[in-house]
Design a protein around this ligand. Structure first.
Ligand code: NDP
Length: 387
């Protein structure tokens, strides 16, 4: 029996890596539904190649083009929230959640509420709705399989262990393109410099997050919810080679790590084949050629985003939503050339300082906090950069 899958965010970096694996094993996987934001041509091409039955484009303005591209195929082209949720709750064995940002929250929650098995790359969904999503996962009998390489590594290291025996976890960070850069260089850094990640090839938003280390901050929050661990039991260490993807320390002092080439197809394959494993074309590790593995503490002065994320996790309530929304706005503005690189963390800090919103009690509350924070940060940028 082929495993049926839906890919939310099929045209992105994670979506493409997933498709690469799936298309190498057509006897094992059947793609049923695929989605994108506005890339109607790319989406139609994926739908035709895979034989998907449903293709959903978030941008209504691209629907006509999507349908034109799909003409003559057996794939239905749709748009809108209901269609996106239909893709997320389609009759599949696995939903790949690879939309970027809080935009992925509603479909992920729809999949959770439908009791699906979800391979989660969309960390912002868990950062913004953590407790609500974990609670719903338990209530609806859904399963979350982490695709984020660090969380996937922890998940692999935990296999066969009792969570009570875990003393803590260590998330590794490559340090990003500015690991050794001066504060002055970072202040003037361009979007091209910020997205030039030394080890991983990823979408633009997560690449900027990796450069500010906000990505590690979001992962800290993600890990806290996924593995039910408080902030003080999650450590971050910079490991420039990106060979060790994360570690688990047990109460007896043993530490288990998961290693592999920095290739997202490895954690994606783990989720695709779970609870078994499957072959991937990823490069094999040659430890003698790598020769050494280095570790260092992150620099809190040049990378304040990490502290902000930890503070937001510890504050709880609306803070993680505010952190994420402010970061999404600031990163988008930075990528568009509107604000400087070091302004990103500054804007997030300001949004957190001025946050007086109540803790979200529903996904509707999360979306409202997200919306109002975006409005607030956009307004602050307009004032700061006016003239
Ligand atoms: P990309 O930007 O490459 O792709 C994002 C995907 O989401 C695209 O298919 C895009 O469609 C779609 N999308 C964007 N905005 C919306 C929206 N508003 N509504 C519906 N669909 C939307 O991102 P990545 O693949 O890099 O990242 C995806 C997620 O996975 C992120 O949360 C990221 O943090 C996480 N992740 C990524 C890793 C990586 O290696 N890339 C590693 C670990 C985690 P379109 O193409 O039309 O714009």
């Amino acid at each position: 029996m082929r495993r049926k899958i839906a890919i939310l965010g099929a045209t992105g970096s994670i979506g493409k890596s997933t498709l690469d694996l799936v298309e190498r094993s057509p006897e094992r996987f059947e793609v049923v539904a695929v989605t994108a934001a506005s890339n109607s041509r790319g989406l139609a091409d994926i739908a035709r190649r895979t034989g998907a039955k449903l293709a959903v484009i978030a941008d209504e303005g691209r629907l006509a083009d999507l349908r034109e591209q799909l003409a003559g195929s057996s794939c239905r082209g749709e748009t809108g929230t209901a269609a996106l949720n239909e893709a997320a709750t389609a009759d599949v064995d696995l939903v790949i959640a690879a939309i970027v940002g809080c935009a992925g929250l509603e479909p992920v929650m729809a999949a959770v509420e439908a009791g699906k098995t979800i391979a989660l790359a969309n960390k912002e969904a868990l950062v913004t709705a953590g407790a609500l999503m974990i609670d719903a996962t338990v209530r609806h009998g859904a399963t979350l399989l982490p695709i984020d390489s660090e969380h996937n590594a922890i998940f692999q290291c935990l296999a066969g262990s009792c969570i009570e025996d875990v003393a803590g976890i260590v998330l590794t960070a490559s340090g990003g393109p500015f690991r050794t850069a001066s504060a002055e260089f970072m202040h003037a850094a361009s979007p091209t410099e910020a997205v030039a990640h030394p080890n991983w090839s990823m979408g633009a938003k997560i690449s900027v997050d990796s450069a500010t280390l906000m990505n590690k901050g979001l992962e800290l929050i993600e890990a806290s919810y996924l593995f039910a661990l408080p902030s003080d039991r999650i450590d971050i260490v910079v490991h420039p080679q990106s060979v060790i993807h994360s570690l688990v320390e047990f109460v007896d002092g043993s530490v288990l790590a998961q290693l592999g080439a920095p290739d997202m197809r490895i954690p994606i394959a783990y989720a695709l084949a779970w609870p078994r494993r499957m072959e991937t074309p990823a490069e094999r590790l040659n430890l003698a050629a790598i020769a050494r593995l280095d570790f260092e503490a992150p620099d809190p002065e040049r990378f304040p985003a990490l502290r902000l994320a930890r503070e937001a996790l510890e504050a709880g309530g609306a803070a993680p939503v505010v952190l994420n929304a402010a970061n999404e706005v600031a990163v988008a503005r930075f990528l568009a050339g509107g604000v400087g690189f070091t302004d990103i963390a500054r804007m997030v800090e300001k949004a957190l300082e001025t946050n007086d919103l109540a803790a979200p009690r529903s996904i509707g509350d999360v979306l409202e906090i997200d919306r109002s924070t975006r409005e607030r940060v956009e307004a602050a940028i307009t004032v700061s950069y006016a003239g």
